[in-house]
Each structure stands twice: as C-alpha cells, then as structure tokens.
Design a binder for this molecule. Structure first.
Ligand code: AKG
Ligand code: FE2
Length: 291
C-alpha cells in the first residue's frame, strides 16, 4: 500500500516518476517522498514549537477561499506568519500534485490547509472524530458528488517524532465489509439539508454511502482490531499523499504535521474504474453517482 518516490526536489520529477506516482495514487496507495522535505524558516520553526491549538480543536486550518484562519490562539502577528506558512505549503503541495499529474490541473480545487500541532496519542475524541480508528474520508457538510479527496501531508516536527499511520485493507475489501451496514437516506432529506445550509450542496447517494462507510468502520472495534494493516512511520522531512477517500487509514501518534486538501474532479482521473464510486456502483449493482 506504499509507493516510495526518491526525489529531492519537485523539479526532479520526470515522466517516469510522475506516472509511477499518479498510478499508485489512483490505485489506492500512499505515495511517500522520503527525500522531499518542506523547508521551514527560523521564524516558522518558532511558531511550530509553541503551544498552538485551542484545547477543543485538533487542527488549525486556513481556508484559502475566504482567507480565514480557524482554531489558533496565537497572537495576531504570529497568526499572519502562520497564514504565510500554510499558504506556502499549499503552493508547494499544488506544485507537487501538478508535477505528478499535469492532467489534474484543470480539475483541481484547493481546499483547506491545516496545521496539526497536537500529539495524537492519548487525546479524547468522540468515535466519529477519532482518526485513530481506520476509515476512509467523507465530509458530512461538503458532499463531493463523486469528486475525489486528495491530501498532501508533511511531518514538520522539530524533535524527530514520527507520525504513525496504519493503512489497509484495499478499498474493495473495506467496502464489502461495510456496505451492508450503510443506511439509506430519508427521501427529501438531501434537498432539505442543501436548502438549509447543513450541507454545502446536495448529498448524493455516493456521499451518503461514503459517510456510511466512514462511520461503520469507526464504530466497529472488532473489525478495527482484527483486520490487518500496514504500519508506516512518516519521519520529519517526509512528504506523503493519498486519496484518503480510497485508502483506509488511521493515525496512531505524532504531532506537528501540515496538510493540504484538494478536491479532484472525476473527469481528470486516469483510472476512473478504480475509484470508490466505480467500485461501490459495481458492488451495489446501481450507479451511485449523480446524473
Ligand atoms: O492527521 C493525520 O495524520 C490524518 C488524520 C485523518 O485521518 C484525517 O485528517 O482524515
Ligand atoms: Fe482521515
């Protein structure tokens, strides 16, 4: 479930490295760039090493669409520096994605950039928010209608703390285990939620099923314990990315990560037949994508 690409700068990505990375991503692997560090300036290192998040938020996030920062208790001057850092990381992540999959450029939307300062191990979460349980990503208030969730991460910890993930099994195995546990959406509810702003757009059958697959896995502690996974330790300096709507993943420990979320439209995928929507539609015997 892991594809390593040994390059030390984005410029070094040639056709072969790009193809290797893009196919691995669409086949549901985590793509790791062990030599491709995201360098920090001295002032940025200072921001990262202080106590950063408000106690009830697990992330500080920057929304590039309206330029708002959420979850930070830093003084205003440092907040501006953090916004600069997150913007620079977003630019870096976007350049990396476009270098490995130039065809994504026309279908790529840059969403939130987050800084995840707080140690994962030993915190308390509700089961639905507990990313220490394996899951595929699905956003309750932001339906994608079949577009994909691509995320780029960097471990920027200054004390050599790895960020440890567990990944697996493949999406089809995961979907077969949990599809029977997903529930139907009440008729009329999707329209009502969109109308009242509970969701930003209409929750399609695809979105409903993906949320069900997310929740059912996190609820099932027996499955969590019994299903084998591959453990990966991402070290400071590592950059990694994955279609997190496709790779079952959990994070066990680590602190100080940067993350950039992209939404990738279906029509730029190289292998749409490997996507969660195609696999779910095949297993269910119905087309789960909207019109
Ligand atoms: O913070 C991480 O390393 C991953 C957490 C996660 O599963 C998520 O943000 O969806
Ligand atoms: Fe996740």
């Amino acid at each position: 479930m892991l594809q390593k690409i040994e390059i030390s700068s984005i410029d070094q990505i040639d056709r072969q490295a790009a193809d290797q990375a893009a196919s691995a991503l669409e086949l549901g692997k985590v793509v790791l760039f062990p030599q491709l560090a995201f360098p920090l300036a001295a002032g940025e290192r200072r921001i990262i090493s202080q106590d950063n998040a408000t106690s009830d938020s697990k992330n500080i996030s920057f929304n590039p669409q309206d330029a708002t920062l959420k979850g930070s208790t830093l003084p205003v001057r440092d907040q501006n520096e953090l916004i600069d850092l997150l913007t620079r990381f977003g630019d870096f992540a976007e350049a990396l994605v476009c270098a490995i999959a130039p065809q994504y450029r026309s279908g790529l939307a840059r969403m939130r950039t987050s800084f995840r300062p707080v140690e994962i191990a030993g915190r308390n979460y509700s089961w639905r928010k507990d990313d220490r349980r394996r899951h595929v990503d699905a956003f309750p208030s932001s339906p994608t209608q079949g577009a994909r969730i691509l995320r780029v991460f960097a471990n920027v910890d200054q004390h050599e703390t790895p960020r440890t993930w567990r990944v697996g099994p493949d999406f089809e195995t995961y979907a077969k285990a949990f599809l029977p546990k997903t529930t139907r959406q009440l008729p009329g509810l999707a329209g009502l939620m969109a109308l009242t702003g509970i969701t930003k757009s209409r929750r399609s059958l695809y979105d409903q099923i993906m949320l069900g697959l997310h929740d059912a896995a996190k609820r099932d502690l027996t499955w969590q314990a019994a299903t084998p996974a591959e453990e990966i330790g991402f070290l400071p300096g590592h950059i990694w990315m994955a279609y997190t709507d496709q790779v079952p993943h959990s994070v066990l420990s680590g602190r100080n990560a940067l993350e950039q979320t992209f939404i990738v439209s279906r029509n730029v995928l190289q292998r749409p037949e490997q996507s969660p929507a195609a696999i779910i539609s095949r297993l269910r015997g119905v087309d789960c994508l909207p019109g």
